[in-house]
Design a protein around this ligand. Sequence first.
Ligand code: PMP
Length: 312
Amino acid sequence: MSQYDSLKVWLDGKMVGYSEATVPILTHSMQYGSGIFEGIRAYPLPDGSAGIFRLSDHMERFVNTARIYGMNLRYTKEELEDAVMEVVAANGLSSCYIRPFAFYNDDRIGLSVKDKKVSVYIAAVPLGNYFSDKNSGIRCRTSSWHRISSSVLPVQAKASGNYLNSIIANSEARRSGFDEAILTSPEGYLAEGPGENIFLVKKGKVLTPGDESDILIGITRDTVMTIARDLGYEVVARQIHREELYIADEAFFCGTAAEITPIVEVDGIRIGQGRPGNVTSRITEALYRAVRGDTVHREWITSVSIAEKVSG
Ligand code: PMP
C-alpha cells in the first residue's frame, strides 16, 4: 500500500494505476542508477486550471539528458509534453509535482545498455514545501564531499546516478544537525545544493555560480535571474568563492521542489541579519506571481483544465 495508490501514471503511452507500474527487482536502472528524470511543478491558476511551469524547458532538459547518455526515448519532446498534460488532467491535480522518468527496463545482468529496452513513466503527486523551515530560512553546511565535475560525470544531465553525490552530501549535513548541504567544486568554488541552485545577494547585486561551475543549469535559476532583472537588480553569474557566501547580505536556494528557500546560516556563520532578507522576499513574491501567470512571462505557463470533482 502506498499513499499514491489512487493516482494514475503514464507508462509507455498508457495510463495505468500507480500500483500497476512496477518493474522486476533486477531492472538495470535500479541496479546501476541509469535512469534520467525531471521534476516539474504545476500551480493552480485563478480560473481553477493547473498551470504547468516551464514545461517546454523541463522537457528540453529531459531529452537533452537522454541524448547525452545515448538513450533512445522513443517519444518526441512534444509527445512527452502532451503526456505530462494528460497525467495532470487524469489526476485532477491543479497543484502538483510531476516526475517524468526514463529508464532501462531490462533485468538482464550486465552494465551494457545495448539493446536494452527504455521505458518512460510520468507521475504527478501532491507536494507541499520541500523544506519545513522554508519561510524562516534554513541552516546549511559546506559538504566535505565535492560536487561531481564534468570530468567525472555530466553535471548538466539530470541523471539518477548524479544524485548519489547529492544524497551523501545531504545525509552528512542532516547527520551533523544541519538542514541541507552546499557542495563546492574540487577547486573550492561554490557549486550548488544537492537538489537546488544557490544565490547570494551582496550590496543589492544578485550573484549565482555561472554555467562554468559544476551545476545543474536550473530552470528556477533562470527564472530567478529573469525576474530579478525585471525587478531592476543587477544579476551576475560567475565563479564564487566560498567565503563570499559567509559575508553575503542574503543567500537562498532555488529549485522546482525547493522553490525559493532562504539560507540564514552557513557553517555556523550567520548570513546577513540571520533571517530572510528583503531582496529574497521580493524575488520570492515575484516568483509566486510568475507561477500563477501574473507577469509578462505568460509563455512560462501551460494551462491544463481540471475536471471538477463531483462530491457525494
Ligand atoms: N541542482 C540540482 C542538483 C537539482 O537536482 C535541481 C532540481 N532539479 C536544481 C539544481 C534546480 O533545478 P530546477 O530549478 O530546474 O528544478
